[in-house]
Design a protein around this ligand. Sequence first.
Ligand code: FE2
Ligand code: FE2
Length: 144
Amino acid sequence: MTEAPALGDPTLDADHAKLADLVDRLAAAKGADVLASLDALQAHASEHFALEDQELRQMRDGNASCHLDEHAAVLKSMDEVRGIVAAGPDSTESAHLVARLTAELRRWLPEHVTAMDAGVAHTRTRSRLGGAPVVLTRRSSPPG
Ligand SMILES: [Fe+2]
Ligand SMILES: [Fe+2]
């Protein structure tokens, strides 16, 4: 199961949850569904990264170019895997590449959200409300 930690920005959180869901769907896909799932993941990732990229280009943060590079690298990997899957959907190589891509995205997404997208969430909230995002978490046990 792919994890996408909440940042307190409704748009980014919804986008990340959908991204995580699409990675899980691709990981579970069989036969012709593999290419369709990959396309759905790629389309959503492109759209989501474009939204963040637009904000990153306006930020004067030193991390912005690293962040833009990561998005581009992820899209490039998806594109490469898509090319091979489209050419031979039933090949062992396709299955192997899709498994590697989903494993890599499951590792990457929570790390990227925490390390990089948190900065975008912070900037978005600051410009909208004038404060840092508030993330509500349920207490594991009542205060004693
Ligand atoms: Fe993101
Ligand atoms: Fe990002």
